[in-house]
Design a protein around this ligand. Structure first.
Ligand code: ADP
Length: 291
């Protein structure tokens, strides 16, 4: 929920703001919808509150063709929300209340075991408890499935988790936080990627905003340049990138080709306002030959 304001209220102050907007978001939901729009067959495991936001989210998933059989309603906690204020300079302040996202427990994921058996790719991010991420990565590993972890928002990861992740996709600041290497150029990007690989992840893709994405798999180390566009809103660029990457890899594209596809999808999304609303459809990427 976003309100534009001339200036941010000080503690104890009330200000009369400008326009109010409500945009469906959440990293997991954005990624699921992006993947579905790009032609992926998506099952989303998540928890929503038994409230208007949860009901709206569920309707949205169904409308987008996302399988919602494992969208669980939490009777005790509200849906996750973010309260955002944006001032005249475009600066923002954000308070996130994770709500039901924080109660997606390993037991909930265990009920969806059959989905892990059938899936090609398991894609996760860190807006759910880390114990749940670990459990899901373990389960996926047991079925020999590829796991993509988008380590956002940045958080320290348990060492064991790295070994069950096939591909990690930090942005620049997340890669710095996880590796301890400040990324200034391709040499330092490679050093950061090497550190992550040393922890047990096979493939590393570091997203670099307008520069594109750096791909490292131990032998291949290269920058896949971003698609040049006029950006109007980069919200959810990373989510669209991850959703697209999962779809491309599920279609057995090589990693560098999959990253090209993800760059294209994310570039389209930054030319449009909104989070889920900006995610492109597959037909918008047609004409792109990657194989
Ligand atoms: P996040 O949004 O998670 O911080 P990035 O800023 O690295 O992640 O953006 C993710 C991807 O989105 C980039 O790798 C790139 O493909 C695409 N992207 C982001 N900003 C732009 C831009 N201004 N122009 C073109 N592509 C962009």
């Amino acid at each position: 929920m976003v309100i534009k304001t001339k200036h941010f209220p000080l503690p104890g102050e009330t200000v009369l703001g400008g326009k109010f907007m409500m945009n469906p978001g959440g990293k997991g939901a954005n990624q699921a919808i992006s993947a579905a729009r790009l032609g992926g067959q998506v099952t989303f495991i998540t928890k929503i509150g038994n409230d208007i936001f949860g009901r709206q989210a569920l309707q949205q998933f169904l409308k987008e063709g996302v399988d919602a059989d494992y969208v669980i309603s939490d009777p005790d906690n509200p849906s996750g929300v973010a309260l955002i204020t944006v001032d005249e300079k475009g600066e923002n302040t954000i308070v996130v209340a994770p709500g039901a996202n924080g109660t997606l427990h390993p037991e909930d994921v265990a009920k969806a075991e059959v989905v892990f058996k059938e899936a090609a790719i398991v894609l996760m991010q860190l807006e759910i408890p880390i114990a749940t991420v670990q459990f899901a990565a373990n389960l996926a590993a047991r079925y020999g499935k590829k796991v993509i972890l988008n380590p956002a928002p940045a958080a320290p990861l348990p060492e064991e988790l790295y070994r069950n992740v096939t591909l990690i996709t930090p942005n620049r600041s997340e890669a710095e936080a996880l590796s301890g290497v400040a990324i200034k150029d391709l040499t330092t990007a490679e050093q950061a990627a090497q550190k992550l690989r040393a922890k047990g992840v096979a493939h590393v893709v570091i997203t670099l905003g307008t520069e594109g994405a750096f791909v490292y798999d131990g032998s291949m180390a290269k920058l896949i340049p971003a698609t040049p566009v006029v950006a109007v809103d980069t919200t959810a660029a990373g989510d669209v990138f991850n959703g697209a990457l999962a779809v491309a890899l599920s279609e057995n594209l090589a990693l560098d080709k999959a990253v090209e596809f993800a760059n294209q999808a994310a570039a389209i999304s930054v030319t449009r306002m909104g989070a889920q609303a900006s995610a492109p459809f597959r037909k918008e990427l047609q004409g792109l030959t990657l194989k």
